[in-house]
Design a protein around this ligand. Structure first.
Ligand code: AGP
Length: 606
């Protein structure tokens, strides 16, 4: 994964690199480092831990220089310590490289280089890149990078600086994203536009196999050794500065923003009771002819996809499959018929999801994506896009964007239902009116925070949790379990409630809390039977139920009420107490809720 940034110009190099890294920390925060060339001499500083540690280390230093590169790491090869942090230096310490990606043949190359006398200090795959570059470095840096790139198998976006050729940054892209920011008398490179957007909006998106030589007043892009011209694109959005707005954490702020997000989506996509998706780019006739959807996504976005399947199949009768992206890619998918691959991604940069889009397009599928981050790779590479408009989501655990994905999928389903004539006007009116009531209902749930805090305190010492739900709330069970795992490091598993008796019920004893998602629904009675089975084995039940359900008191150790809404919309409400439960349990355990260990906001390696 990782994020890379680089600058060449006369302004304050260190601050440009550090701010860029902060903005890229969603790509990993295991360590950070910068390398700078000043008066022809290369210097490097790096620290394990979050960018803050590097900031602290550099705060009283005056670093001169006009050329520099920086890196924020999500550890793939080697533990997150200082030696494994990037920039990685060559043996002479005169060449430095930052890398996003994975070199698949690094062991083979490493042993070859070792035989030639190279000594390696780190466990990273990246170190071999810089050794190779130094080995090839004779005249100019770009030729050495080009030769090294030919030896490398895997994914890489790299930026390289060298004392031997001090007035340039050379970058190369294959697999991982990389952009050039074009300025006046200065230029930038970064893994994504947002790292440099406050300095320039003139962006060149590099494609795989392209190498670029970045100088102060110039840049040259090459493919297979030949200079090519690439269009400069002007990005239309501004830097979004996100602060905590008085909340203790970004995650809490984002949980509290959910009603606003739903309102925004409704006002963006609903006009005169009709659904309009401006950026969809697939025309109505094309959509109406679709015979099959294949949704692919990862993590929380995959959970959204699971609900998408229920909704699309129930209301439009179009068969819909849902795959985890890393599985979709390696199965022999049937390509016949009129079909669309749907990608769902908050970041728009998830490597597995992106790889599936490319795979799908190579097999002549059209790709429609639900994306939050505009200008991201998935946004740019999809045939059509529906933006989830949840604004910047900084907390690593997805909250408001999950709700935004569910609402967007719901609106998409309504849109399709109208096109396919499976939904009539009257039914659509009812559905949309129910949707409009959600923001108020979300706010009502958020008023129960004190009650949720108490429940969190009561169960925070539990070693594991189970989450169960049925139908549309089976994905909610998965999402609740994922939130708890990633925030509190407590093991949690989500199951369809009916599956309990096929194995997981063996886990239940008086120490196991089971979160049961049981709002009013077609399967309510079945859920009650499942809850009774849990209670009969002394499991502790925390039940998400519909307001006014007095009956549930008999079966629940603790209850979290959500307002009454149609079953199809209950996942949007039911997930909110689960997000808060995970958040407060994590606080009880002193966990870093915004940046949990081992995670990154955007998973940019496969
Ligand atoms: C969510 O809380 C997780 N951090 C993670 O599962 C995430 O949803 C997944 O990595 C997919 O990311 P994307 O939506 O940006 O593609």
């Amino acid at each position: 994964m990782c994020g890379i940034v680089g600058y060449i110009g006369d302004r304050d190099l260190t601050s440009i690199l550090l701010v860029g890294l902060e903005r890229l920390s969603y790509r990993g925060y295991d360590s950070a480092g910068i390398a700078v060339i000043s008066d022809g001499e290369l210097s490097c500083w790096k620290k394990p831990g979050k960018i803050h540690a590097l900031n602290e280390a550099l705060k009283n230093m005056i670093i001169q220089g006009q050329v520099g590169i920086g890196h924020t790491r999500w550890a793939t090869h080697g533990e997150p310590n200082e030696v494994n942090a990037h920039p990685q230096l060559s043996q002479s310490r005169r060449v430095a490289v930052v890398h996003n990606g994975i070199i698949e043949n690094y062991l083979e190359l490493k042993s070859k280089l070792k035989k030639e006398g190279h000594i390696f200090l780190s466990q990273t795959d990246t170190e071999i890149i810089v050794h190779l570059i130094e080995r090839y470095l004779q005249d100019d840096l770009e030729s050495a990078v080009e030769l090294a790139a030919k030896d490398l198998v895997g994914s890489l976006a790299i930026a390289v600086v060298a004392e031997a050729d001090p007035d340039k940054i050379v970058v190369y892209k294959k697999g991982s994203p990389l952009v050039i920011g074009v300025g006046k008398g200065e230029n930038y490179i970064a893994s994504d536009v947002n790292a440099i957007i406050s300095h320039t909006k003139n962006i060149i998106y590099l494609d795989d196999g392209e190498l670029a030589i970045i100088e102060k007043n110039n840049y040259t892009i090459k493919r297979n050794g030949k200079i090519i011209n690439k269009e400069i694109q002007t990005v239309k959005w501004d830097a979004v500065i996100s602060d905590k707005n008085g909340y203790e954490h970004y995650m809490l702020k984002e949980i509290y923003e959910q009603a606003i997000v739903v309102r925004k989506l409704i006002s963006k996509y609903l006009q005169n009771n009709k659904v309009h998706f401006k950026s969809l780019k697939l025309d109505k006739e094309e959509l109406a002819k679709i015979k099959r959807f294949i949704i692919q996504a990862c993590g929380t976005s995959w959970h959204s996809g699971l609900l998408g399947k229920y909704l699309i199949e129930k209301y439009t009768r179009i068969p819909t499959e849902v795959d985890i992206s890393s599985e979709f890619r390696y199965r022999d998918i049937i390509t016949e018929g009129n079909k669309i691959v749907v990608a769902i991604s908050q970041s728009g940069e998830t490597a597995d999801t992106l790889a599936c889009i490319r795979e799908a397009k190579s097999k002549f599928f059209k790709v429609l994506s639900f994306v939050n981050v505009k200008g991201s790779s998935i946004d740019r590479e999809s045939d059509g896009v529906i933006y989830t408009h949840s604004g910047p989501e900084i907390g690593v655990a997805s909250t408001k964007n999950y709700v935004a994905q569910l609402v967007s999928l719901y609106l998409f389903m309504v849109h399709l239902g109208i096109l396919k004539w499976t939904l009539d006007e009257e039914k659509v009116d009812v559905m949309l009116n129910n949707l409009r009531r959600l923001p108020e209902q979300i706010d009502k749930i958020l008023q129960q925070t004190d009650h949720i805090k108490k429940i969190a305190k009561k169960y925070a010492k539990s070693k594991e949790f189970i989450f169960v739900g049925r139908g549309v709330n089976y994905p909610t069970a998965l999402e609740g379990a994922l939130k708890l795992k990633e925030l509190s490091y407590i093991h949690a598993a989500g199951y369809p409630a009916g599956e309990l008796k096929h194995g997981p019920i063996a886990l239940i004893d008086e120490n196991l809390p089971v979160v049961c998602i049981a709002p009013q629904s077609e399967t309510y009675d079945k859920m009650i039977s499942n809850i009774q089975e849990i209670r009969a084995r002394k499991g502790k039940t925390i039940v998400i139920a519909t307001e006014g359900d007095e009956n549930i008191k008999e079966y629940a150790d603790d209850i979290l009420y959500i307002p009454l809404c149609p079953e199809d919309l209950t996942p949007i409400l039911a997930v909110i107490p689960l997000q808060l439960l995970a958040y407060y349990i994590a606080l009880e355990l002193n966990c870093d809720v915004d940046q949990p260990r081992n995670l990154a906001k955007s998973v940019t390696v496969e």
